[in-house]
Design a protein around this ligand. Structure first.
Ligand code: GLY
Length: 310
């Protein structure tokens, strides 16, 4: 199954559950001075979560171009070190604006992963925010998952915030064990070992973080989910590196052709080049240019870094 089909499957799955398809917003945020780059699918829906904009639909599905190189979400240093973090990636998401909540979000994520895409239930783990007993109880109830595979984790991993301020809430993540031997899985590896990949984050948006650090309740409860397309494609294609999936293989082959070097012997620099080229291309296409300050300076640094990687 190629990446195009996987992206289409995701959108169709939620359209069949009455979600409206909404196009990705640009990676340069349209109207949000708190962000240098769009860092999550929820950014364009922030006014809806805050109650300042009422949409004509209450369920949405999208695939959002995201960049994580600054602020609260910064994966720049992981690129070329592991095979599954990127400065630029696509985030698949389904959304409830004051409509369905935890039970449906959990049930549908499980249905898509296990029934539609056939992921092995014995490699999947779910985590919940340690104070969220509701989500903890819902997991086995609505999915049939082995309760031993549902873990309570702390704020660092299971309370999601887009930035220093803004909509946020407890979240529940689905992790997948990519190792060779499933009998070696242990709960201790989740969120620790790079053999366990976070594939999907289900965020239950119910708070707003204010500038003084306090939390206020939002007028309604919402669902914001984020699933990394690149990781899902890699897992469904039976690989253990995003760079071996069809989303990256053409860039890797072209780099081999242009440099006369092989990927196998030069994995880290090839990965940095492939990652950074995607980030720069989408940024420039969406209107950002390298310069001496702010967003442009980030682009200049990434450009230099990919040049020196070769
Ligand atoms: N908004 C969900 C996520 O970025 O993980």
């Amino acid at each position: 199954m190629d990446a195009k089909q996987i992206r289409a499957d995701f959108i169709k799955f939620f359209q069949d559950k009455d979600h409206r398809f909404i196009r990705s917003s640009p990676v340069v945020p349209v109207d949000d001075p708190t962000l240098l780059f769009t860092n999550a699918g929820m950014n364009q829906f922030k006014p809806i979560f805050m109650g300042t904009n009422k949409p004509e639909y209450s369920r949405a599905v999208n695939t959002q171009k995201c960049i994580r190189v600054s602020g609260k979400h910064n994966d720049l240093e992981e690129v070329g070190v592991d095979t599954f973090h990127h400065t630029f990636f696509e985030m698949l998401g389904n959304w409830s604006f004051g409509d369905y909540y935890k039970a449906e979000a959990i049930q549908w994520a499980w249905e898509l992963f296990t029934d539609v895409w056939g992921l092995d239930k014995n490699r999947l783990w779910a985590t919940v925010y340690h104070e969220d007993d509701e989500a903890f109880d819902l997991w086995p109830k609505v999915t049939g998952i082995d309760p031993a595979r549902v873990l309570k984790c702390d704020k660092k991993d299971n309370f999601w915030e887009m930035g220093e301020t803004g909509p946020c809430g407890p979240c529940s993540e689905i992790h997948y064990y990519i190792g060779d031997d499933p009998s070696k899985q242990t709960a201790d590896g989740v969120n620790v070992s790079d053999q366990y990949w976070e594939l999907w984050n289900l965020v239950f948006i119910q708070n707003n973080r204010l500038e003084d650090g306090s939390l206020e309740e939002l007028p309604e409860k919402h669902v914001d989910t984020g699933a990394g397309l690149e990781r899902i494609v890699t897992v469904l294609q039976g690989k253990t590196s995003n760079y071996e999936s069809d989303l990256f293989s053409t860039i890797i082959s072209k780099t081999e052709e242009l440099t006369g070097k092989s990927y196998i012997d030069n994995a880290a620099p090839f990965q940095v080049i492939a990652d950074h080229i995607r980030m720069l291309s989408f940024s420039i296409a969406d209107g950002a240019l390298p310069s001496n300050d702010g967003r442009g300076y980030v682009l200049r640094r990434i450009d230099r870094k990919s040049g020196s990687a070769g």
